[in-house]
Ligand binder design. Structure first.
Ligand SMILES: Nc1nc2c(c(=O)[nH]1)N[C@H]1C(S)=C(S)[C@@H](COP(=O)(O)OP(=O)(O)OC[C@H]3O[C@@H](n4cnc5c(=O)[nH]c(N)nc54)[C@H](O)[C@@H]3O)O[C@H]1N2
Ligand SMILES: Nc1nc2c(c(=O)[nH]1)N[C@H]1C(S)=C(S)[C@@H](COP(=O)(O)OP(=O)(O)OC[C@H]3O[C@@H](n4cnc5c(=O)[nH]c(N)nc54)[C@H](O)[C@@H]3O)O[C@H]1N2
Ligand code: SF4
Ligand SMILES: [Mo]
Length: 705
């Protein structure tokens, strides 16, 4: 048995192994959460394990080639260079970017934070600020902890409103929901409904009962108008532990459904209907709203997530079956404060003066912090499990900045568009070679479960797990900086994650390590249960729905609604997309996931093509403030007129390296167009709704106005 760690659905797998090789991968029907679900990526996990492209020993760049070196030499070299940078220029001269797969690695969870602390830097970045920071900020403001996130009780809801998420392709996010397609069928079978608001008619929209186009970046108006209706029509039923409802009513009074319609394109009567359906679904039961990437990575990400939280709080179904509920994981990282609650604005970025949240600065400032001379400039970078050249705004600019570093080290399984800029790459073992307990996503699941999955394959003496790399580097750095690790920290770093998880489970109360280990398929701890207000982490154990930070940002929404910026007549709004067989920026070197019809094209409405004299299938040039790319265009009335869509994670350029295969996958990087200047108040990048122009590739540039 194995666990897939490639997305938030954490599916249980059954592997067939013959002569040391995986010859079959199936979903594990006995897993109480994933119930046999598996997607093409889960099957490709075996390809990663067997992949000759995957690095297994440290490599060092020597001119244009890479040379293997021993683990001791590699760790010593990295520690020497980082320590020298810190000694000479201070801790902030080292920057660190933590990529998405860290969230899926037990070894990072148990050993990563100590490594990051050892770097002594305020210049910490991660995929969170191109993803879900608005959720975390709102959770901290309302419930007192950044990871105390309410999850839609999908298995019992009657009315599911999905705003800017595509779980049919993504398998769900901040809602660990393997087997989403079957769960939608079950929703329908019990008479429930699903409605989708999205600028594209997505795979999820296709299985929904209703889909409405919403103009990118305008959801705040729709969600605030829904709140307005809820309060104005007397539908609001706030729990007794909620404060500030009158102030909230006053704040949302100006946001009417008619004004929402004017900017978003969602009809006012639809907005009214959605608010009523949420509070009182037609067939009875409870309703819930869920919003993800489309409403987080946009200019009003925090306002959108706050409005969604308020809708769920006031609907009458908060913390009740079918509404928004809180998962109770067997290892409660929130209640036990294993993860910090999140704080705001304890320091700021040097160049743009942007506040940190939860110890991190926006990934969108990374390049300028490397590039801009002066004290505190980032001179050395550490990346762990990430590819920010493809994943963060103005990736091209970041790639240029990385070339100007004194030193860079990457902890990664592969050479990619980012790690190829490194001086040293340290490859950890792959998912099937290490033990897994999901410390993160068991906490966001639609059902309470726990699952311990021991490593499937042994490793040789010359491989290291990620936790060993973090521990080895932290200890070496501390020694070189003249402050060796305290004995208890050193002991903890030398302890394998398995032993730490055992203690966490045995002291956690919901299930002992032995009970969990006895159920390798996953231990079922039952459906979600009401837990509020007991689990609130706010000081007064109450929820204030009008936190000052949000109230202040509402001014920005009001100003925008009063005078929406007039777009240039030929301007289009660029949005992203995910495909079931893509996995952010990697896995494009497995044939299993890359065969079939190309899926890197720009999608554009036929009317917008016609207006520009463009032809379906032709090559177009897409230009934003930041850059331009050339890519094939496909006519599609699945996108709203005025909107174009590109997937992220494409634009491979590693020919000549071990990942040469991936460079044959066509496509361009959407993040050569996205703009590091466009941010939400949380510091999250506004990757969606980027203004662009599209014209025929090779056509003469328009005369300047
Ligand atoms: N325009 C646009 N940009 C986006 C998005 C979007 O929707 N639109 N989505 C954003 C989101 S939500 C995210 S999460 C980011 C993701 O972007 P990143 O944080 O850059 O993460 P990945 O692209 O998943 O990069 C994965 C890298 O980690 C390596 N890796 C895989 N497993 C491991 C492991 O166990 N250990 C180590 N050390 N390395 C490993 C892989 O080899 C690969 O090089 O992209 C963001 N960028
Ligand atoms: N197959 C696959 N699965 C994945 C991933 C992957 O790369 N591939 N990545 C994983 C990761 S890291 C994450 S974070 C999750 C993300 O999970 P989701 O958020 O479910 O995934 P997306 O496809 O990014 O969905 C965002 C939706 O928002 C829409 N959208 C864009 N702009 C707007 C807007 O302004 N308003 C509204 N209402 N909608 C808008 C887009 O059209 C898109 O349908 O997926 C995870 N699962
Ligand atoms: S849905 Fe996610 S967790 Fe499940 S097999 Fe696919 S990639 Fe893995
Ligand atoms: Mo993500």
């Amino acid at each position: 048995m194995a666990a897939c760690n490639l997305c938030e659905a954490i599916c249980g797998l059954r592997l067939t192994i013959e002569e040391g090789a995986v010859t079959g991968v199936r979903g594990n029907a006995d897993d109480p959460l994933s119930r046999g679900h598996v997607c093409p990526k889960g099957i490709a996990l075996a390809d990663v394990h067997a992949d000759p492209d995957r690095l297994r020993r440290p490599v060092r760049r020597v001119g244009d080639t890479w040379e293997e070196l021993s683990w001791d030499d590699a760790l010593d070299l990295v520690a020497d260079r980082l320590a020298a940078t810190i000694t000479e220029h201070g801790g902030d001269a080292v920057g660190v970017y933590l990529g998405n797969p860290n969230a899926h690695s037990l070894g990072f969870g148990t050993h990563g934070p100590a490594f990051v602390r050892a770097l002594r830097t305020h210049n910490r970045f991660s995929a969170s600020t191109v993803d879900q920071v608005p959720h975390q900020l709102v959770a901290w403001l309302l419930y007192g902890h950044q990871l105390l996130l309410p999850i839609p009780d999908l298995d019992r809801t009657s009315s599911f409103l999905v705003v800017g998420a595509n779980p049919m392709a993504s398998n769900g996010s901040l809602m660990t929901v393997p087997d989403f397609p079957a769960r939608v069928r079950e929703l329908h079978a019990r008479g429930g409904r699903m409605v989708v608001l999205d600028p594209r008619r997505t795979e999820t929209a296709r299985v929904a009962d209703e889909h409405h186009f919403v103009r990118p970046g305008t959801d705040a108006a729709v969600l605030l108008a829904m709140l307005h209706v809820l309060l104005d029509d007397g539908l609001a039923r706030p729990p007794a532990y909620v404060d500030g409802v009158d102030a909230l009513a006053a704040l949302v009074a100006p946001f009417t459904p008619e004004r929402a319609e004017a900017v978003s394109g969602v009809p006012a009567d639809v907005v009214r209907g959605l608010a009523h359906d949420l509070a009182a679904p037609a067939g009875g039961g409870a309703g819930v709203v869920h919003g993800r990437m489309g409403v987080s990575t946009q200019g009003f990400g925090t306002i959108c997530q706050w409005a969604i939280a308020c809708l769920n709080l006031l609907s009458g179904h908060f913390d009740q079956p079918g509404g928004a509920m809180f998962t109770e994981p067997a290892v409660d990282t929130v209640g036990r404060r294993i993860a910090g609650p999140g704080r705001h604005d304890r320091w700021r970025s040097r160049v743009r003066d942007l506040p940190e949240f939860a110890g991190e600065l926006p990934a969108a400032v990374m390049a300028e912090e490397i590039r801009t001379p002066g004290e505190g400039r980032i001179r050395a970078m550490v990346t762990v499990a990430g590819n920010p050249v493809l994943s963060t705004p103005d990736g091209r600019g970041l790639a240029r900045a990385l070339d100007g570093l004194d030193f860079m080290v990457a902890v990664d399984l592969y050479l990619n568009e980012t790690t190829r800029h490194a001086d040293v790459v340290l490859p950890p073992t792959s998912a099937l070679e290490r033990d897994q307990y999901d410390l993160v996503f068991h906490g966001f699941a639609v059902r309470n479960t726990a699952r311990w999955t021991p490593a499937v394959f042994d490793v040789d003496d010359d491989q290291r797990h990620d936790w060993q790399i973090f521990g080895g580097l932290a200890a070496r750095l501390a020694d070189r900086l003249g402050a060796p690790l305290a004995d208890d920290v050193a002991a903890q770093l030398a302890t394998p994650p398995a032993d730490l998880v055992e203690v966490l489970l045995d002291t956690g109360g919901r299930a002992t390590a032995a009970e969990v280990a006895a159920h390798p398929e996953g231990l079922d701890l039952g459906p979600l249960r009401p837990t509020m207000p007991g689990r609130l982490q706010t000081e007064d154990r109450r929820i204030d729905v009008v936190p000052p930070l949000v109230v202040a940002d509402l001014d920005r929404v009001r100003a925008w609604l009063e005078e929406p910026p007039a777009p240039a007549s030929d301007e289009l709004l660029l949005i992203g997309r995910r495909h079931q067989r893509d996995c952010n920026s990697w896995l494009h070197n497995t044939t299993r996931l890359t065969r079939g019809r190309p899926r890197h094209h720009l999608l554009m409405h036929p009317d917008d093509l016609a207006a520009r004299g463009l032809t379906d299938g032709g090559t177009v040039e897409v230009t934003s403030r930041v850059g331009s790319v050339e890519v094939e265009v496909t006519a599609s009335d699945d996108v709203m007129p005025g909107v174009v869509s590109l997937p992220h994670g494409y634009g491979h350029q590693v020919a000549g390296t071990r990942l040469a295969h991936a460079s044959t996958v066509p496509g361009v990087s959407i993040n050569d167009l996205t703009d590091p200047g466009l941010l939400d108040v949380s510091g999250n990048a506004a990757l969606n709704g980027v203004p662009v122009r599209v014209r025929r590739a090779g056509a003469p540039a328009p005369a300047p106005a």
